[in-house]
Design a protein. Sequence first.
Length: 191
Amino acid sequence: MLFDLSLIYSTPVALLGLPLDSIMSTQGIMVMLLVAYAGAMWMFLKSAPKVYTVMVSDLEVARQFYEGMLNLSAAEVPLHYYYNYEQTLGTAGLDPMYIGGASLANAGGMGTPEGLWYQLRKNTQLHVVGGARLGDRNQQRHVCFDHSCLEYILMRVQLSGVDHKIRREQPLNFLVRDYDAQVIELAEIDD
């Protein structure tokens, strides 16, 4: 006989060199579940779109600009924004009773993040939220902390033929004129 079959069948089946009794123990099953959960979360987050956030001074003017002038299509809110959205903002421990019901979840509906959502590129979304103050001479202002986001928007402005003026390259700052002849400043906020 070329090899001894008694060595193979005398011990329980093993996985990766581990005996079956340690794999099927409570601890082994918990480790396998954690590995499966980590793999599922990795796949979920890997498929999630990149999201850039722009803070604007007026959401309605922003809607007219992004939908009308730049022709961006509306996007679905990514799933990872539904889960633990308030916790990422540091408000998880606040009871709505203490903050007068002004919770972020209550402001935009039952648990949905507020603001406007647009598809900027294939796997990239633009989240537009209110909160920026008006710029000089009461002009509309859109601010962002990410240089790449404003570069994508500037590229879209240039491709759409919208009147614009680049004021500064670093940090990026440019002006556009909308259909109502309002000047909108788009500015990168430098850390």
